[in-house]
Design a protein around this ligand. Structure first.
Ligand code: BGC
Length: 755
């Protein structure tokens, strides 16, 4: 396909029309030139293809119906698997369903960082850690695109709240942006080249992302080498001409032709260089021809896909507590299943990612079947739009307590209902509905053998944790989560998920608490790089469950850490009686650093399968980025000379193995000497060695000179004991040198240093 030639045959109006959707979900077509429209549709954890209904325009309003598809676990749940192969498979499975439905682009995955556990859309995002989120999302994108379906990595960037998501400027310093909020996007772009990237609604540091050339072009394309199409989030464009110039190729959905007209006029008036328009159309046409709709795409068996969703769910369940080895449960004994979620599970989030699934596991039924003995049920709390889901229903709670007592053991299914967590709004706090909390408190007070299962898109406070001996975080596990829960509870599956986010003790403990969701049109990211575990560890805070934590029905021993250059190996042994999977985590922390850095940061991980008694050696290869921070002085990554601890273990807080590596900065940053340079820096930094004596000596008093003699000035010399308190300027105050002389000495020293 000669795309350049095609562009030559398009009229200016046709080219402008390509820059926005033909409707809510399609690109423009030009029949006379054989250019087809392609369809894009949500969403990250299952296909949400809108079929137009009565009164609907682009499918966002009015009556709308979506095709039946498989609802996989949401991103926050999938992330608990820490399994890149699984993510690849889920991406591929969703792509197959897209293909069958003639959909060319799936709008996902979403990889924004979980700055606060209360972001309403956290269920759609992976993690509080950019490395983990980047690796998992890259696998998803690669899996989907290998099936010939494009993806849309979203929402680029620093879109970490739903409150005023169109207008609230994320005020973030450059280092934090690079290390935390852009890093996952960078990984996916470099490792998977998503067909499209969806830019976010918000401004960053006052600049609307849709118009940020710095982000959409300079960083994304020039620095990271992105080749695909940048599309706007739905209705995210302020000024189409400016956004086109900045690098937003495709505005979605459309503006009834108004913005196309603006493009035409801007070209005619000379305000917009037509070359920019041509370059944009070229990218869009490349996309259209790279991901064509395939009328002969094979059919998809949704029943089989349900099995795939089920297998995915099995890897994502996180066992958080299991005192007295309460789990796995034995079958053949009465059990009470409590909580309306048991029959009306919350298994996916609300908003643009909502999937119309054909199949749905019934948690109660599956437990009943597996238990093979009397399985009682009590509603426990009310669900639904017509009730206040927060208020406890005393009668239901009393009934639940009686039911649990009758059975002698209970499984409570509780968590966050739809009304508590959805796209478009943030949670006000981290509390579960009081109706759920009270139910758990009352039942656990009466019946010791009670397991709590959480259905939640993000962390919640657990005020009853002490009373509960077993706790399973099942998250929003998709249409097949009932099966996964049952298999884990009864030990058919050994849980192998670990948290991709911290469970703080209380909302007030969270890093962004004082600055979330900001004041009207600004939200200051005052906590900087300290989000999630980076914050709790630095402040030595107690958390309910740390990042990377999750129990198994077996135990794993860590030993034999070895470093061979940047290759690290460790031995992991299954020391229990059942087979299990372990997520081996590697963190790096600088022993000393010029800038404030987290205690340790996740840099590698691997999920391994071990039979009882079996050992495996896990190898990791590190690179410079594992040790680097973003240096705002040079606008680049930097690894300072020094020692770095490499920790390996079971979670961010449980890293029994450690080895120290030494790194050398091949090109250390040298700051030119100036009057306010501290004497401490002058004498401790090697780069100033050649000039410090010449520079300081003339400024010393006679007495000081005598004291010093011809000796090399050292950092323990009495004059500079106060190190960073004293600066070169102080030499003037010594009375033996004036400003001009000092300036001259500084200029000479700088010349000698090569400035
Ligand atoms: C959401 C996107 C979504 C789009 C289309 C927007 O409101 O932010 O994530 O893909 O709608 O449904």
């Amino acid at each position: 396909m000669d795309i350049k030639k095609l562009i030559g045959q398009l009229t200016l109006e046709e080219k402008a029309a390509f820059c926005s959707g033909a409707d809510g979900w399609h690109t423009e077509a030009v029949g006379r030139l054989g250019i087809p429209a392609v369809m894009m549709t949500d969403g990250p954890h299952g296909l949400r293809k809108v079929i137009y209904g009565k009164g609907s325009n682009w499918g966002g309003y009015g009556e709308k119906i979506t095709v039946e598809a498989t609802c996989f676990p949401t991103a926050s749940c999938l992330a608990n698997s820490w399994n890149v192969d699984l993510l690849r498979k889920v991406g591929a499975a969703i792509a197959k369903q897209a293909k069958k439905e003639q959909v060319s682009i799936v709008l996902g995955p979403g990889i924004n960082m979980k700055r606060s556990p209360t972001c309403g859309r956290n269920f759609e995002y992976f993690s509080e850690d950019p490395y983990l989120a980047g690796k998992l999302a890259a696998a998803y994108v690669n899996g989907a695109q290998a099936e010939g379906v494009g993806t849309s990595l979203k929402h680029f960037a620093a879109n970490n709240q739903e409150t005023r998501r169109h207008s609230c400027s994320s005020e973030v310093d450059m280092r934090t942006l690079r290390e935390i909020y852009l890093a996952a996007f960078e990984t996916v772009v470099k490792e998977a080249q998503p067909a499209t990237i969806m830019h976010s609604y918000n401004p960053i540091n006052g600049k609307q992302v849709s118009q940020s050339k710095w982000l959409l072009n300079d960083i994304l394309r020039e620095e990271w080498g992105y080749k695909g199409v940048v599309i706007s989030d739905w209705n995210a464009v302020n000024d189409r001409v400016k956004s086109l110039e900045a690098g937003c190729d495709l505005e979605m959905p459309w503006s009834y032709g108004l913005r196309d007209k603006a493009i035409v006029e801007a070209v005619r008036s000379g305000e917009l260089d037509e070359k920019i328009l041509d370059r944009t159309v070229e990218r869009i046409l490349n996309l259209v021809f790279s991901y064509p709709a395939d009328e002969n795409a094979p059919d998809v068996d949704l029943e089989k896909a349900h099995e795939e969703a089920s297998k995915a769910g099995d890897e994502c369940m996180v066992l958080l507590k299991n005192e007295r080895n309460l789990l796995p449960l034995s079958s053949g004994r009465p059990v009470a299943v409590i909580g309306a979620f048991a029959k009306h599970a919350r298994y996916q989030g609300g908003g643009s990612s909502h999937v119309n699934n054909k199949y749905l596991d019934d948690i109660y039924e599956l437990i009943d079947k597996r238990n093979g003995a009397e399985t009682f049920y009590a509603e426990g709390y009310r669900l639904g739009k017509d009730v206040n889901e927060n208020d406890p229903d005393e009668a239901l709670i009393a009934e639940a307590v009686e039911t649990a007592k009758k059975a002698g053991r209970a499984i409570i299914i509780a968590g966050l209902p739809d009304s508590f967590e959805s796209e478009g709004a943030d949670r006000k706090n981290m509390a579960m509905p009081e109706s759920h909390n009270k139910l758990i408190r009352r039942v656990t007070a009466e019946v010791k053998d009670t397991v709590v299962v959480l259905l939640n898109g993000s962390p919640v406070e657990l005020p009853w944790l002490e009373n509960t001996d077993a706790l399973l975080a099942a998250y929003l596990g998709g249409e097949a989560l009932g099966g996964s829960i049952t298999r884990v509870l009864f030990g058919d599956v050994n849980p192998s998920g670990k948290l991709a986010e911290t469970y703080p003790v209380k909302y007030e403990d969270t890093p962004a608490y004082l600055n979330y969701p900001g004041e009207e049109y600004k939200v200051v990211y005052a906590e900087g790089v300290y989000i999630g575990y980076r914050y709790y560890q630095k402040k030595k805070m107690k958390v309910a469950f740390p990042f990377g934590f999750g129990l198994s029905y077996t135990t794993f021993d860590y030993s034999d850490i070895k470093a061979d250059g940047d290759k690290i190996s460790v031995k992991v042994t299954n020391t229990g009686k059942v087979a299990g999977k372990e997520i081996v985590q590697l963190y790096v922390g600088a022993v000393r650093s010029r800038v404030s850095r987290p205690v340790k940061e996740l840099k590698r991980f691997a999920k391994i399968d071990l039979a009882p008694g079996e050992s495996k050696t896990v190898e990791f290869e590190l690179d410079d980025r594992c040790f680097a921070y973003w240096d705002e002085r040079t606008n680049d990554w930097r690894v300072d000379t020094g020692d770095y601890n490499v920790y390996v273990g079971r979670s961010s807080e449980d890293t029994p193995l450690c080895v120290t590596l030494h790194k050398v900065d091949p090109k250390p940053y040298i700051e030119p000497i100036h009057v306010n340079l501290s004497l401490g820096d002058l004498f401790s930094k090697d780069e100033y060695k050649a000039v410090r004596h010449d520079l300081v000596y003339p400024g010393l008093s006679e007495e000081q000179k005598k004291l010093l003699g011809d000796a090399e000035l050292t950092s323990d010399f009495r004059f500079i004991r106060a190190r960073h308190m004293w600066t070169l300027r102080m030499l003037i105050d010594n009375g033996s040198i004036d400003e001009k002389q000092l300036d001259k000495l500084i200029a000479e020293a700088n010349r000698k240093l090569g400035f």
